[in-house]
Design a binder for this molecule. Structure first.
Ligand SMILES: NC(=O)c1ccc[n+]([C@@H]2O[C@H](COP(=O)([O-])OP(=O)(O)OC[C@H]3O[C@@H](n4cnc5c(N)ncnc54)[C@H](O)[C@@H]3O)[C@@H](O)[C@H]2O)c1
Length: 376
């Protein structure tokens, strides 16, 4: 992630220092950048001069003291709070009081990281998506200690790096990794209940819903180990809210080493000669599968707005730019009809009597008052 972020900043004209304690990681970063930029020349996306200027903008260092004149530091080291905190302490010994310090963490509390700093008001979350040069979205997450003006300033900087910036409250999973949980979780739940197989659910989400990848394909692409860990982390961080409960199906796949594409087997078999299962393409049944996952996604998006974790526009931008959903979920809710969304959630709740299926109070209120997320 660090290499990708460095490429983004250097492409935008910033002078970048890449710091890593591991010399091999630094060498790899330099070699990969050379390959990536050469490929961009082949594709005629950049010319030789631009490649040279990007490379000239980056220096690789392995001493923290080398960072002393930095204006902005984005930490993207191993996902371990204690190690990150030690590094922040080290950084603060060298940099000026005005230097902005940020973390690219996906799962740790920005507020708890900020608390380890001498000057926590200069600390903020800047969460890129992988691969950083290709993914347009960046979530900016102020800690409760962050100085208010810093959020505006960081948004300006990252926007000037040609990214779409959304602001999220410091909540587990921020926007994307919180709202997207149902895409996987509800799909697995339907599969576990025997409502359909993976190929059929993937087919329905893609063909009828317009999603680029089905949930099972996507889990296999991300890796069932990685995807399971994100779900478990969000679930625990939300004080075991059943809406985010992980599944045994995915846990067992991860335990078996059926990680997905990277191990040759996951929900699907990717070994040579293996045939992909055929979906049942009954569109009436398929629509029911799509409707159930979609309403769970919409419900989560509505709750994210209800609790002021992000604005309406930022929630829709996050899901279209961060995970390429075909439409913003709140816009989609308007099209389906808020009343219909409420009825679908209530039908699930009536069926299961699980809190997982409780309807967002915001949707219920909007249905009562006949409101839409977007004015006509
Ligand atoms: N991989 C993703 O898809 C992704 C997406 C968004 C955010 N993130 C976040 O970015 C961060 C990095 O993730 P990654 O997948 O690139 O990890 P990674 O393990 O690939 O890279 C981490 C790097 O940190 C270096 N490192 C470890 N300890 C260090 C120290 N004390 N000082 C300096 N460098 C040190 C390692 O040598 C390694 O090169 C994590 O916080 C993760 O949550 C990852």
């Amino acid at each position: 992630m660090g290499s990708g972020i460095a490429q983004v900043a250097a492409t935008a004209g910033c002078e970048v220092l890449v710091f890593d304690t591991n010399q091999k990681a630094l060498d790899r970063s330099r070699e990969q950048l050379e390959k990536i930029l050469s490929r961009l020349i082949e594709k005629e996306k950049i010319d030789q001069e631009k490649k040279q200027s990007i490379q000239n903008n980056i220096q690789y260092i392995n001493e923290l003291s080398g960072l002393k004149s930095s204006d902005l530091i984005i930490e993207a080291i191993i996902e371990d709070a204690a190690i990150k905190k030690t590094v922040f302490e080290g950084i603060e010994e060298y940099v000026s009081k005005d230097c902005i310090i940020a973390s690219n963490t996906s799962s740790l509390s920005i507020t708890s990281l900020a608390a380890s700093l001498k000057y926590p008001e200069r600390f903020i979350g800047i969460h890129f998506f992988n691969p950083a040069p290709l993914m347009k979205l960046v979530e900016v997450i102020p800690a409760i200690q962050t100085e208010a003006a810093l959020t505006v300033k960081v948004k300006e900087i990252i926007t000037s790096w040609e990214k779409d910036v959304v602001i999220a409250k410091d909540t587990p999973g921020f926007i994307v990794n919180k709202v997207a949980r149902s895409f996987y979780g509800e799909a697995i739940r339907m599969y576990e209940e025997g409502l359909a197989d993976q190929a059929t659910i993937d087919w329905a989400m893609k063909e009828l819903g317009g999603f680029k990848m089905g949930p099972f394909e996507l889990m296999d692409f991300i890796g069932n180990d990685v995807n399971y860990t994100v779900t478990e982390t969000v679930y625990k961080a939300f004080f075991y809210d059943p809406r985010f409960r992980p599944s045994f199906t995915q846990k067992r796949l991860a335990e078996a080493g059926y990680l997905g594409r990277k191990s040759g087997r996951g929900h699907y078999d990717y070994s040579e000669g293996a045939e992909m299962p055929e979906p049942n393409t009954d569109s009436v049944e398929g629509q029911k599968l799509l409707d159930r996952v979609l309403v769970m996604l919409i419900n989560e998006a509505a709750d994210t707005l209800h609790y002021h974790i992000a604005t309406r526009d930022d929630i829709d931008t996050a899901m279209t730019k961060g995970v390429n959903y075909p439409k913003g979920l709140l816009k989609w809710a308007d099209q389906i009809g808020i009343q219909t969304c409420v009825e679908r959630m209530d039908a699930l709740y009536f069926e299961y009597h699980e809190e997982r299926y409780r309807c967002s109070p915001l949707l219920r209120k909007m249905a009562r008052e006949q409101l839409k997320f977007y004015a006509e």
